[in-house]
Write a protein that binds this ligand. Structure first.
Ligand SMILES: O=P(O)(O)OC[C@H]1O[C@H](OP(=O)(O)OP(=O)(O)O)[C@H](O)[C@@H]1O
Length: 334
């Protein structure tokens, strides 16, 4: 794993007095500290306790009455907490802030889970993306900030409170532009659902490189956990290929797209995804020799064994969140 340096800061926060409070829930201290540095705010103290029966308690130790509050929490699973533990803990904490008089609460969830189930594809399917949005609203969230949600249209339709989706394409494009020499370049979407994302990234990369960048797509269907579909559109022969997706979980999607590119003569194959969810089997799959590099952001802290993998570059994105949080604060104060 290689930590890539944060790009130059583009904003300086100006807080009125008293300044907003920033809380970082357990498991999010590293990202919280990066955010705190960007926002020039201290992390406020809180009490987190787990009880013998599995229930949790989370209490602010700074007086929140009348204050603007930012609360950051990673919502991915880690060794000590499940997605559900973290999601419920954040929702309870937001509700606690509100009943104790917080003026406005901005939830910062670098990775927002449950967004993949955004439509009914089978009879009586749940719509978890919409339910998660309702839970945040019910808890009293005034604004939610996340990055690279799975389906932007579904995300925007699900939330009635302010919901901001950030993207890291500019940072990814900058990273690749420094490494691509005079090769032809193609951005590949590993499924049709990601076509718009790939196109947006391709445009940024083209601007950086000042020459045309190609686009390619692969077919993908997922049913009962089995991924299928072999159609491939676009030219990757002898090209520097970047396969772009929102997240890597098992790695199945990226691996099959990378294989398809290798079979079609790609010269170099790089995977690029905002969220390194990396559920267990990904480790073995992504070590394939035809994968030259993997670029992710730090929305999710890398678990072992990925930390020692030199092919993985991690792009910091806390500054995007800091700027969005500061803007949301300014807008709310108008
Ligand atoms: O690493 P993996 O385990 O393969 O998971 C990652 C994939 O899952 C999501 O798409 P999904 O399969 O839900 O498809 P969709 O675009 O049809 O919603 C996501 O956009 C990735 O493509």
């Amino acid at each position: 794993m290689r930590e890539v340096e944060t790009q130059a800061r583009r904003f300086v926060p100006h807080w009125r007095r008293p300044h907003p409070l920033l809380f970082a829930l357990e498991g999010s201290r590293v990202f919280g500290e990066r955010l705190a540095a960007e926002l020039e705010l201290p992390i406020s103290p809180l009490e987190e306790r787990s009880f013998e029966d599995g229930e949790k308690k989370c209490r602010p130790l700074a007086d929140v009455c009348g204050r603007d509050v930012f609360v950051v929490s990673g919502l991915e699973r880690d060794a000590s907490e499940s997605v559900h533990d973290r999601l419920l803990k954040l929702l309870f904490f937001i509700a606690t802030l509100k009943i104790n008089g917080a003026a406005r609460v901005t939830a910062i969830a670098p990775y927002l889970p449950y967004m993949r189930k955004d439509r009914q594809t089978k009879a009586q399917d749940p719509l978890t993306a919409a339910y998660v949005a309702r839970f945040f609203e019910t808890a009293g969230t005034d604004c939610l900030i996340t990055m690279e949600t799975h389906n932007l249209a579904a995300f925007q339709n699900a939330f009635r409170c302010r919901a901001i989706n950030l993207v890291a394409y500019e940072a990814f494009a900058g990273h690749f532009a420094e490494r691509i020499l005079n090769q032809g370049v193609t951005v590949v979407s590993p499924d049709l659902g990601g076509a718009k994302r790939a196109e947006m990234f391709r445009e940024r990369l083209e601007t950086r490189l000042r020459r045309p960048v190609g686009l390619a797509f692969m077919e993908k269907q997922r049913s009962q956990g089995i991924v299928s579909g072999d159609l491939f559109a676009g030219d990757v022969d002898d090209r520097f290929v970047i396969i772009l997706d929102d997240l890597i979980s098992s790695g199945t999607t990226m691996l099959r797209a990378a294989k398809a590119c290798a079979e079609r003569g790609a010269r170099e194959i790089h995977l690029c995804a905002t969220h390194a969810v990396f559920s267990k089997p990904a480790a073995a799959d992504l070590s394939a020799a035809f994968i030259d590099g993997i670029v992710v952001s730090d929305t999710i802290a890398l678990a072992e064994p990925y930390r020692s993998d030199r092919r993985i570059a991690v792009i910091p994105v806390a500054h995007f969140f800091a700027e969005a949080a500061a803007r949301a604060y300014e807008a709310g104060a108008e």
